[in-house]
Design a protein. Structure first.
Lengths: 311, 258
């Protein structure tokens, strides 16, 4: 067998002598191709500069407006009709409470859905249809989810404009993101690990719980955190739900009315025409919100880097 | 598997086994008996169905959704395709080692004890016993006893494969299926696995798929030659390699194809 292969290999070598090649490299145009490469490099770097530049201008303006207003007192005081006495204590707490609803609901529902779709559902047409539509749901405008939340949670279940209603609405909004991220994380778990588990007599669930989920967890968490940080910044669904801004009381339970950081920004910006200083309050709130989002995204990146594939 | 083991010396009795991947028939009317405490080698060119055959013995092949199976495989007299048979239970008796070492991304300790833990053994003392016995049986104990908590992916390829063997041994199977277990390993690691197989057949029945005829010759008692989904010849290894009955077998063994 080996001898035959050697003979065959020799034959192939002999027929590929240099003079038998039927093409020649065109070297005359090389400087033109190098110039074209430079053109594209400059073009693409300009696009990057534009995007980052715009972002920088935005951040700079917000920062300038917020200087002097973003004090420790701003974080601990509640709303007031006097701008210099107003704070966002209630809005911060509202956002925290919202997250207490959104995080468990989206992670549990999202991961369970992804496990079903990836591990249990047969790979037929119906499953493919559901998969496609979950991806589509992720691109439905958030105001539409607000209307859904208003109809189902606000009116039908009588939750009104409570934290629970807002949290469930935001959960629905970001659920597709979590599902898609979790699906991708599950799909990235190599088949040979599953096989190793099945071959030991493990059931499907045992395999998912002990082998697949631990390997997929960093991906699931990263997706989850990014989804939650999207939920934190959402305004439209809460506006539709009728979340008021003039809440003087601090919410104490999930059934209470509340206000949240993006809502606060929205109403203060609207009322800038009445009171000039509201623009500064809004800017200071934006800075707080951005810092929170930045920290959450950093955590997601750290998790992703720490648990990078080892096999 | 509820029957007490009838010690007829026959572990598997394969009767008229057919297997299709969708429209393509991968196994055609396979009939063979596999014996206890022997190493049975399955050889044949790529795509001949040898891997498929071995994966049918513990029903792993059914993880591919389009597979259809006909015929019977009796394991100690009981048809493994019977509705009353739970694949999970079958696989605790029939362990498997794969082509590419596939330890879990966990510690060496957790890898070996994966099987015992999922099958309900919680006693820490028993855990340590199983750990030591399995790793010793897989000839890995001396190399890893000081780093049982290290991740399995820190081991070399050959060590990983022996860890996978230890992992399979930890649930005390009767049969070990090996699907080209040395094809991803260097000659020295291969040698170690082959020595190990020779020791293991004292206690286990081993069915090994191999691409290397030299390997089949070195380690097996019986050899089955597959070609295009058919079992062409099945006999003592010495007979197959010295005096094959079929021309196709002779052609394959002497290297005229494959």
């Amino acid at each position: 067998m080996e001898n035959q292969m050697k003979i065959a290999a020799k034959g192939a070598m002999a027929s590929r002598k240099r003079e038998n090649l039927h093409f020649s490299i065109n070297r005359s145009n090389i400087s033109k191709r190098v110039r074209r490469n430079n053109f594209y490099r400059v073009l693409f770097s300009l696009s990057t500069v534009f995007a980052i530049g715009m972002l920088m201008i935005l951040l700079y303006q917000v920062w300038i407006d917020s200087v002097g207003w973003l004090t420790p007192g701003f974080l601990t005081r509640n709303l007031s009709i006097f701008p210099e006495k107003a704070g966002i204590h209630g809005a911060i707490l509202g956002t925290v409470y919202l997250m207490l609803v959104v995080i468990p609901v989206t992670i549990l529902l999202g991961v369970a859905t992804a496990i079903y779709l990836e591990e249990y559902a047969t790979k037929g047409r119906i499953a493919a249809f559901i998969r496609t539509n979950i991806t589509n749901l992720a691109s439905v405008p958030s105001v539409i989810f607000g209307l859904l939340g208003l109809a189902v949670f606000g009116r039908l279940l009588g939750l009104g404009s409570s934290i629970l209603a807002g949290g469930l609405t935001l959960s629905l909004l970001v659920l597709p993101i979590v599902v898609v991220a979790a699906q991708e994380a599950l799909r990235a778990v190599p088949g040979f690990l599953r096989e190793g588990s099945y071959a030991m007599g493990a059931s499907k669930w045992t395999t998912i719980w002990r082998v697949v989920l631990p390997v997929a967890l960093p991906g699931v968490l990263t997706g989850g955190i990014l989804a939650v940080s999207r939920a934190i910044g959402e305004t439209a669904p809460l506006v539709v739900l009728g979340i008021p801004t003039l809440i003087m009381r601090i919410p104490k339970s999930l059934g209470d009315d509340f206000t949240a950081l993006p809502i606060q920004i929205y109403y203060w910006t609207l009322d800038t025409v009445l009171t000039r200083e509201y623009a500064n309050l809004a800017a200071a709130t934006i800075v707080v919100l951005l810092i929170v989002l930045f920290m959450m995204n950093s955590v997601a990146i750290v998790i992703r880097n720490k648990y990078q594939r080892r096999f | 598997m509820t029957n007490e083991m009838k010690d007829t010396g026959i572990v598997y009795d394969v009767k008229g086994l057919d297997l299709w991947y969708g429209q393509d028939q991968a196994l055609k009317n396979i009939n063979m008996q596999i014996y206890k405490n022997q190493v049975t080698a399955v050889i044949g060119p790529s795509g001949c169905g040898k891997s498929t055959f071995v994966k049918t013995l513990n029903r792993m092949v059914e993880n591919i959704p389009i597979v259809k199976i006909g015929g019977e495989i009796l394991y100690h007299g009981e048809n493994i395709f019977d509705k009353s048979v739970m694949v999970e239970e079958l696989r605790t008796k029939v362990g498997m080692v794969f082509q590419k070492p596939n330890p879990f991304p966990k510690s060496i300790y957790e890898n070996v004890l994966y099987g015992p833990k999922i099958h309900g053994i919680r006693d820490k003392k028993v855990h340590m016993e199983i750990l030591e016995t399995s790793l010793k049986a897989a000839a890995l104990w001396d190399e890893v006893k000081d780093r049982l908590d290290d991740n399995a992916y820190g081991l070399s390829g050959g060590q990983q494969q022996r860890l996978c063997i230890a992992r399979a041994l930890a649930v005390q199977p009767e049969v070990i299926l090996m699907d080209e277990p040395t094809s991803a390993l260097d000659p020295i690691a291969t040698q170690k696995i082959e020595d190990l197989i020779n020791q293991l057949k004292e206690d286990y029945s081993i069915i090994i798929v191999t691409h290397s005829m030299q390997q089949a010759g070195r380690i097996s008692d019986k050899t089955a030659f597959f070609l295009m989904g058919e079992l062409i010849e099945y006999d003592d290894t010495s007979k197959i390699f010295s005096n094959p009955a079929k021309k196709q077998t002779e052609d394959y063994i002497t290297g005229r194809f494959g």
